[in-house]
Design a binder for this molecule. Sequence first.
Ligand code: MN
Length: 240
Amino acid sequence: MGCTLFISDLHLNEGCVEVLDALNRFLDGPAREACALYILGDLFEYWVGDDMLTLPFYLSIADRFRALCETGVKLYFQHGNRDFLIGTQFASYCGMDLLPEIHVVDLYGRRVLLMHGDLLCTTDIEYQKARVLLRSPAWQAMFLDKPLNQRLIEAGALRQKSEAAKKMKAMDIMDVHPPEVERILMEQGVTCLIHGHTHRKKHHAVDLGMNVADRWVLPDWSSVGGGLRVDSGHMGFVDF
Ligand code: MN
């Protein structure tokens, strides 16, 4: 029995005390009732390498997840566009399984597609081009070779640049591109998709012609902690 929980887009960083409090309440409470917890990316505002575990703030969060894992809850992590550099060292410390960027899971007998969501925003061509570079092994090796301090500074500068660019972009460019959603649902042969990234919490019905698919967009944690709860009979949003 039990349930499966999905969260994303906490954007944790040292400045956000409220989100950290909400996370701690969640990990000590509702998360312990679950069989499995899926984090669909952007747990952190930025992640510049697993040596961030040498920083007390980040280590304390990892310790919280590790403690949850030790109670028997299965943990899964899918990279977001902010924390795509989370690696096997962080994952194994926390007891998380790292999932590929497109992942289909069997959820109580239904095949469900999990994604962070940024791959669905195909009209943001500038972003998709940058994404290819940042995900390339060559760029990552070059970046991870730099000292931690320098990487933290560069991440800060990059975030400012991306915030400025976001203000210039039309709202619909930063949302998912509906034809891409339909395409990937058909390609993966599923009728349910769960993703985050856009911070536009909603349950959408997607008309695929032959049938209607569900698209669940996870909430961010800017005002209150929340996510999606699934059990054998029900699927719905919950606040934590
Ligand atoms: Mn994101």
